[in-house]
Design a protein around this ligand. Structure first.
Ligand SMILES: *[C@@H]1O[C@H](CO)[C@@H](O)[C@H](O)[C@H]1NC(C)=O
Ligand SMILES: *[C@@H]1O[C@H](CO)[C@@H](O)[C@H](O)[C@H]1NC(C)=O
Ligand SMILES: *[C@@H]1O[C@H](CO)[C@@H](O)[C@H](O)[C@H]1NC(C)=O
Ligand SMILES: *[C@@H]1O[C@H](CO)[C@@H](O)[C@H](O)[C@H]1NC(C)=O
Ligand SMILES: *[C@@H]1O[C@H](CO)[C@@H](O)[C@H](O)[C@H]1NC(C)=O
Ligand SMILES: *[C@@H]1O[C@H](CO)[C@@H](O)[C@H](O)[C@H]1NC(C)=O
Ligand SMILES: *[C@@H]1O[C@H](CO)[C@@H](O)[C@H](O)[C@H]1NC(C)=O
Length: 424
């Protein structure tokens, strides 16, 4: 099965980038708050017009409404509530999940509300159910007057997990709270269950299709197997260099007829702005101290038994402390509160997988420097009427990546261009 041709063109210009820090890499660097000294952030705050001192500023990510947002949920389940204070180095906070009793549902959505006041960096966070990731999110930077925001996400594709009794729900948000960084992130997570087959729900406004023919998750998978870590430091894999490959051995049921791998990814530390990192030669020749180098090409690769079976160039989500924090308040950048996940259809590889044996699923980031947080969910559809599905790959080849790098600079001024192609 040939991979689809991939073309990427990255143009890098030398923009000054404000560093944004995440607690996820222990130990936390001792530093002052550069955002507060460089930018007069708080003076620009527009308070709610009721002059109440307790009115928190709302932050938003502009998104499409969920298709079933206007329906009345058949059940509402508050699943998790936690204050993330000095959580650096701690394992994720957990709770035992049970689906709502006596509730008929076809669709589920997640509603996350976060509030914080004080001074704090933006932090990365994720929600897992049974080690499978449901949401990758990041926080807004609070102010002394306080900020809050809501995130909604369609979880219907995870229905098979959401129907399981007593499965662990984990939330990771490493934060540092001390005399300087005072902001605690207070989180509430609620799941809303909808029955779109029922006549009780007000169907007003429910007029655009829930299902689209190109949707890989038109019917949610029967089984979801996480391709993730053991959970002590969050279930994500920490990828620090090009040669890091994180594997998980998985044996899939012999009646699997469709397989999709869903990849979650975020980039931090020296690779937070990987798409604008200059080449190492530029850093060396200018005697710069920055470690944010290695050029501007990265590619997340999915491996199956050491064969590349798919790849993704992730969307460059900018966190709320990125480039200039004033850009991201109160409207955050695309994906900051709900980072995109990426789907790769592995159905053409079922011939390699349906032999009743364990196979290694691997994740790596080409050209990575520290650090990336990557994991994946393997969604499997099973045929109840068959013991074994027959599958065979007719042809398999991986088009090589072809990279062209051009770099022109004189002292600090210059331009860098990278062009990458995968083509048969
Ligand atoms: C808020 O306070 C200002 C200054 O004290 C006042 O002029 C304004 O009318 C108040 N706004 C409301 C909505 O009360
Ligand atoms: C389940 O719901 C039905 C209809 O609302 C109700 O009659 C029944 O008592 C409920 N059962 C339980 C165990 O709550
Ligand atoms: C979380 O829920 C509790 C209990 O309902 C409420 O008191 C609190 O204000 C909520 N916090 C946020 C951030 O929504
Ligand atoms: C946050 O707000 C609460 C309530 O107004 C206050 O008691 C607390 O000191 C504030 N925290 C910080 C870090 O400003
Ligand atoms: C945010 O979510 C909370 C809790 O679900 C809800 O009470 C509140 O109305 C929401 N706020 C907005 C502005 O949507
Ligand atoms: C849920 O699972 C945990 C650990 O696996 C166990 O300790 C607990 O008793 C279970 N709860 C119920 C209600 O079955
Ligand atoms: C919904 O209502 C229609 C007409 O009133 C009825 O024919 C249909 O059976 C109902 N469906 C369900 C799932 O109750």
């Amino acid at each position: 099965m040939p991979l689809p041709p991939l073309t990427l063109l990255l143009l890098t210009s030398l923009i000054p980038i404000c560093s944004s820090s995440f607690a996820a890499e222990p130990p936390p660097p001792p530093r002052t708050l550069p955002h507060q000294s460089h930018f007069t952030k708080h003076k620009f705050h527009i308070k709610n017009d009721n002059n109440k001192s307790d009115s928190y500023q709302q932050y938003f990510e502009i998104t499409r409404p969920l298709p079933f947002d206007t329906l009345i949920p058949s059940c509402t389940l508050p699943v998790f509530s936690h204050n993330f204070d000095n959580t650096i180095g701690l394992p994720p906070a957990t709770t035992d999940y049970f689906p709502p009793t006596n509730c008929t549902w076809t669709h589920v959505s997640l509603h996350l509300t976060v509030a914080s006041n004080g001074s704090q960096y933006d932090r990365i966070s994720a929600v897992w159910l049974g080690g499978a990731e449901l949401l990758r999110t990041s926080t807004a930077e609070p102010t002394p007057d306080g900020v809050f925001w809501n995130v909604s996400k369609d979880l219907t594709r995870y229905s098979s997990l959401l129907r399981q009794e007593n499965i662990t729900l984990s939330v990771m948000l490493e934060n540092v709270v001390n005399d300087v960084y005072t902001g605690v992130y207070r989180l509430n997570l609620t799941f809303l269950y909808y029955d779109t087959d029922s006549n009780d729900t007000s169907s007003e406004g429910f007029n655009f299709p829930l299902k689209t023919h190109w949707d890989l998750y038109e019917n949610p998978a029967d089984l979801i197997i996480p391709v993730s870590g053991n959970g002590d430091e969050g279930f994500w894999f920490r990828i620090k260099k090009d040669s890091d490959v994180k594997y998980k051995g998985i044996q899939i049921p012999s009646n699997t007829y469709k397989a999709v791998i869903e990849i979650y990814v975020s980039f931090h530390g020296n690779d937070e702005f990987w798409y604008s990192n200059p080449p190492d030669s530029y850093i060396e020749m200018n005697n710069l101290e920055t470690k944010r180098g290695h050029g501007a090409y990265r590619e997340v690769l999915v491996m199956l038994n050491d064969n590349v079976v798919g790849s993704v160039i992730p969307f460059p989500v900018i966190f709320t402390g990125g480039i200039n924090p004033l850009f991201w308040e109160p409207i955050v950048s695309i994906g900051a509160f709900d980072l995109p996940s990426y789907d790769i259809d592995l159905t053409p590889f079922l011939g390699m997988l349906l032999d009743g044996k364990k196979h290694s699923f691997g994740l790596k980031v080409a050209d990575a420097i520290s650090f990336w947080l990557v994991d994946a969910n393997l969604h499997l559809w099973l045929d109840d009427n068959l013991k074994e599905v027959q599958a065979m790959a007719i042809e398999y080849s991986v088009p090589n990546i072809n990279l062209e790098r051009e770099s022109k600079f004189h002292e600090l001024d210059g331009s860098f261009e990278i062009e990458g192609k995968r083509k048969e």
